[in-house]
Design a protein around this ligand. Structure first.
Ligand code: MN
Ligand code: MN
Length: 469
């Protein structure tokens, strides 16, 4: 065999000066790849049990309690190493590990969101038309409406009753359960539909979910198909039509997370955005034992609709918690926030060769190239985004490189191609340093999204190293 060929001067200089854009699979060891695959086994289980934010909170609290987290009590004093959680209405959760320096040098924040695009039931959803029973829906988050018809759907959520009790509902996930779907027109009769622009061909009022077709009995009453559905719901859950008013019910894709590709290198699932960052953030919080500064992991709600609402990042719930922690250290929240740093853990669009014209390849994130750092999101002339400072970017590069975490950078598509945002700007507006870091996703916001196992694991490692650096 020949000896190793000596590298040319240009090759050596390239190595020194160029960004190394090799596929991450060529950069990591077989052992690390195995760890990534193992990490993703439980991630898939999380996806199957946390399709909506309430379920993600339940999963997170169960895991946190096992790891020694207890409910935060502002009246108590905590010492370094203590682990506490705050449950915000069952729809968002914060996990903190008290650091050796407490909040004196600021806190380290890792924030991901646990809501995903879906079809919410309207407050008065059930109706009958020509002997079919259907649910009216109001979509939540940015969806391409044409993707949702003919996909098997499951119903998740909670119905709150006037007596103060609540009923949890999950129908369509078990193989033996019925599922639901939005119907679509057959191609034979779709001449007019197919000639329309997509936004016209499928609008929000088309997203009606088929839920039944048999009448109650032989009585010639009107709306007896609807009556039959209400009767089934009454017998099973004790609810009547008016109870839909006090419910959070969501239709989500009914299928489970699955390995994708002959090589099983990827995962196809509903809700990667942003469970694919929430799960690594949760695991990083659980694995962090005695950090220098207090770490706070936030699994927040309402990101997909702009973070408005009491469980979203425009709410004061995070800053109020920081204020409580600061006070017990004899600090002021504003001084703590000014010294705090944050990884806003959210996804970015992975480069898709089929839709190459939407991307600018030099500044896109790629599947299997590691956690993606997104300096800014927004749209147009950098509107509606924070822009991480040069100094903070340098600090994050240092943390990740010192720990050998595989990472890359990416913008959200090409300039003026559209745009989007994350919670980074809301945290930046609280006067902390923040940058987005997360997983590149193919088919983002579709009923089935795709991520790479290696990237999921590297996002966990990035968050863990950020917490413990
Ligand atoms: Mn997101
Ligand atoms: Mn999103």
């Amino acid at each position: 065999m020949s000896e190793t060929k000596e590298k040319s001067q240009a090759a050596l200089l390239k190595e020194k000066l160029f960004v190394n854009r090799k596929n991450g699979c060529r950069k990591v060891s077989a052992e690390e790849m195995k760890k990534a695959d193992e990490f993703c086994e439980e991630y898939k289980n999380f996806l199957d049990h946390a399709k909506v934010e309430r379920e993600a909170v339940i999963y997170a609290l169960d895991a946190a309690k096992i790891a020694g987290f207890t409910e935060y009590d502002p009246a108590k004093t905590y010492k370094a190493g203590d682990k506490v959680y705050v449950n915000n209405r069952g729809k968002a959760v914060m996990l903190a590990v008290i650091g050796k320096n407490g909040t004196h040098n600021g806190v380290r924040l890792g924030i991901a969101h646990i809501d995903s695009p879906r079809l919410d039931l309207k407050p008065n959803p059930l109706y009958e038309n020509k002997d079919l029973a259907l649910f009216k829906t109001h979509y939540y988050g940015g969806i391409k409406k044409y993707q949702w018809p003919t996909v098997p759907l499951a119903l998740h959520g909670v119905v709150a009753l006037k007596d103060g009790s609540s009923i949890n509902i999950e129908i369509g996930e078990d193989e033996s359960d019925p599922c639901f779907c939005v119907t679509d027109l057959l191609p034979h009769l779709a001449v007019e539909q197919m000639s329309q622009v997509m936004t016209k061909a499928f609008n929000g009022e088309h997203l009606n979910v088929l839920v039944g077709s048999r009448p109650f009995n032989e009585d010639e009453e009107s709306e007896s198909v609807k009556l039959n559905i209400l009767n089934i719901l009454f017998e099973k859950y004790g609810i009547v039509e008016e109870d839909f008013l006090s419910a959070d019910l969501q239709m989500v894709p009914a299928f489970k997370a699955r390995d994708l590709g002959f090589d099983r290198s990827m995962i196809g699932a509903y809700g990667h955005d942003d469970k694919v960052c929430a799960y690594p953030a949760l695991m990083a919080a659980i694995d962090t034992d005695m950090p220098e500064s207090t770490i706070i992991t936030v699994l927040t709600d309402r990101e997909e609709i702009g973070s408005d609402g009491n469980t979203g990042m425009k709410s004061t719930y995070l800053i109020d918690f920081v204020a409580d922690l600061a006070e017990s250290d004899g600090e002021k929240a504003r001084h703590v926030m000014a010294k705090s740093t944050c990884l806003s853990a959210d996804v970015n669009a992975a480069y898709d060769p089929t839709y190459a014209s939407a991307f600018e390849a030099n500044n896109s994130s790629f599947i299997n190239c590691g956690a993606v750092i997104t300096k800014y999101t927004g749209s147009g002339g950098k509107y509606s985004t924070s822009d991480a400072s040069a100094e903070y970017m340098a600090k994050i590069r240092q943390v990740l490189d010192n720990a050998g975490v595989l990472w890359q950078t990416g913008e959200l598509g090409k300039v003026d191609g559209g745009g989007g945002g994350t919670i980074a700007k809301f945290v930046a507006n609280l006067n902390a340093d923040v940058v987005d870091l997360g997983v590149p996703v193919l088919s983002m916001h579709a009923p089935m999204e795709v991520v790479s196992k290696l990237d999921v694991y590297m996002t966990y490692r990035a968050l863990y190293e950020f917490y413990t650096a």
